[in-house]
Ligand binder design. Structure first.
Ligand code: MEV
Length: 330
């Protein structure tokens, strides 16, 4: 049995535009998904999952069963979660040359599903790491990142950037532009996260931006403008200028709103954070619902968010410099 964990993340800048080759800067946060994998002596897969925002569920299936997994919680989020686990299993089998390997898998996550904090990348990354190790293969963080990216591509109908999976595999602040992924130096960033209790469908939201971009020139220009904001953000990050970073996050949020991926509750939380004196605030991840990230070294934003209609949880998050790692191996 092997247990691996990987961190979630917030986007300081650049989600959605990164899908079209613009740079993005995601930062790993100290909230992890832990995946335990134990090889079985048949080819079946049994998944038990516990997530803070869902009741636990268990499914069991194998490749030759006709229908999909037999899930007794009719939630599209659960189905999406299973899709990522399934794709991680395929990657682990492929890396080990064991196409028929069966596993008992347990997922425990501190990262709400589909809320913009990189739960799917964390589960996929940790799952590939634990699955390959259980089959006797040790991959580097970069190899895990590559396979996790391939898994996300498959689940998201060919539309994913390397940002989420690379950040989750390597930890820290990273810069991703197309296939170029690298670590970045970052100052201590006072992240505050607001969560509306909801979720967005990444695949649908990415497809929505693509459709808008095809229909309107302004949308293509907006994607490019996000790239400009990110490039300025990189300079602010290098200078350790947190006030400037906040201002640029505000611009980034406005541009994401123009692309139609914000929501009333995300906007309400963003404005509550700004009114409370945060340096800046924006939605994080695919949007549609889920989380915002603000920069505020004081307690004001967290307190204000707790009283904001539509905000279900507000918490501080530290940058996690550790990427995917083994927690336990027997
Ligand atoms: C989702 O966490 C981030 C998006 O940019 C999609 C991706 O990069 O794959 C919306």
């Amino acid at each position: 049995m092997v247990v691996s964990s990987a961190p979630g993340k917030v986007y300081l800048f650049g989600e959605h535009a990164v899908v079209y080759g613009e740079p993005a800067v995601p930062c790993a946060i100290e909230r992890r998904a832990r995946v335990s994998v134990e090889a079985r002596d048949d080819d079946r897969i049994r998944v038990h999952a516990e997530d803070l925002s869902l009741n636990g569920f268990t499914v069991e299936y194998s490749d030759d069963s006709d229908g999909g997994p037999d899930v007794d919680v009719a939630e599209s989020l659960v189905q999406a979660g299973i899709g990522y686990i399934d794709a991680a299993v395929e990657q682990a089998r492929d890396a080990a040359g064991r196409p028929d390997a069966g596993f008992d898998i347990t997922v425990e996550s501190e990262i709400p599903l589909g809320a913009g904090l990189g739960s799917s990348a964390a589960v996929t990354t940790a799952g590939i790491d634990a699955g390959t190790r259980e089959l006797g293969v040790e991959l580097s963080a970069e190899e895990v990142a590559e396979r996790a990216y391939q898994a996300e591509l498959e689940v998201q109908n060919g539309e994913a950037s390397r940002a989420d999976t690379f950040c989750s595999a390597t930890g820290g602040a990273v810069r991703v532009e197309g296939d170029d992924c690298r670590a970045m130096d970052a100052p201590d960033l006072p992240f505050v996260i607001g969560f509306d209790g909801g979720a967005g469908d990444t695949g649908e939201l990415v497809a929505g931006v693509r459709a808008l971009r095809e229909e309107y020139d302004f949308a293509a220009d907006t994607v490019e403008s996000i790239g400009d904001v990110v490039r300025s953000g990189e300079e602010a990050l290098a200078a350790g200028d947190v006030a400037e970073l906040g201002e640029l996050m505000n611009f980034n949020h406005g541009l994401l709103e123009a692309l139609g991926v914000s929501s009333r509750s995300l906007d309400q939380m963003v404005w509550a954070a700004r009114d409370a004196g945060a340096h800046g605030a924006k939605l994080t991840g695919a949007g549609g619902g889920g989380c915002i990230v603000a920069l505020d070294p004081t307690d004001s934003t967290q307190t204000a968010l707790r009283y904001t209609p539509g905000c279900e949880d507000a918490f501080r998050a530290e940058l996690d410099t550790d990427g995917v790692r083994v927690e336990d191996e027997e």
